[in-house]
Design a protein. Structure first.
Length: 242
């Protein structure tokens, strides 16, 4: 049974009711979820599953399910091994799922900022990491990047309050438009009928399944903390919140 990934339609959902559909060695799958499973460089969500008895069971991470026949939306909620989850969660158990919102919101703000960075630098991405503390993008390029120019470009796009929206295209449309893939390290999931795109106004359009804010102004103040030569062919840009 495929998990209904509610966060792909509405990244602002902080909680939902769900039912356990599978119990694995280290966690559970749910029929629907607001937990983003680690992917595309973005860290997985943490949070709590609460039983109808009011027992709060800690989720320490969310990962894509690796079993056969799964879709990109199937996620394992990794449970705190020291908790009582094994005796509480069985197939069919109803739970209230809640994510650690402050942490996720930082992921959303950083993730949207990385799309703006793609619009400023305009090179292919060869590595990405989005956490609550920092975001980094590795660009496949040999030219030097000017830190102040990147900062100014980013500041202007954040301040311009551009709308951020997702849209869906078919697998065929995806394959006919390879320029929509801006990452060399992460491929969009084709073979499931449709692929999600993330559009930042007329600034950036690319395949992405992550969680983002609705408007670039929501990102707030971000500073280019570091630009470094990661390898002969890669330049790394690290962003932090001010
Ligand atoms: Zn994205």
């Amino acid at each position: 049974m495929t998990t209904h990934a509610l966060f792909r339609e509405d990244a602002y959902l902080r909680e939902c009711d769900a039912v356990v559909t599978r119990v694995d060695d280290d966690g559970v799958e749910l029929d629907r979820t607001i937990f983003y499973p680690q992917g595309g460089g973005q860290a997985g969500d943490t949070g709590v599953l609460t039983t109808t008895d009011g027992l709060r069971l800690r989720v320490i991470d969310a990962r894509k399910s690796k079993r056969d026949g799964t879709t990109p939306d199937d996620a394992v909620h990794l449970m705190d091994p020291s908790g009582q989850w094994r005796s509480q969660l069985m197939v069919g158990t109803p739970v209230r799922a809640q994510i650690d919102w402050d942490r996720r919101y930082r992921h959303m703000r950083f993730h949207t900022a990385t799309h703006l960075l793609c619009a400023v630098v305009k090179e292919l991405v060869d590595g990405c990491s989005i956490t609550a503390e920092y975001a980094r993008l590795d660009f496949a390029m040999t030219d030097l990047l000017d830190k102040q120019q990147v900062q100014d470009g980013l500041d202007a796009l954040i301040a311009a309050s551009h709308r951020v929206e997702s849209e869906w295209i078919s697998d065929d449309e995806m394959q006919a438009n390879p320029q929509l893939v801006k990452s060399m390290s992460v491929s969009p999931p084709v073979g499931f009928g449709r692929v999600r795109l993330l559009r930042v106004s007329d600034i950036d359009l690319q395949a992405c399944g992550g969680t983002h804010v609705r408007n670039t102004a929501e990102i707030g103040a971000v500073r280019v903390a570091k630009i470094e030569k990661k390898s002969a062919r890669t330049r790394r840009v690290v962003l932090e919140f001010v």
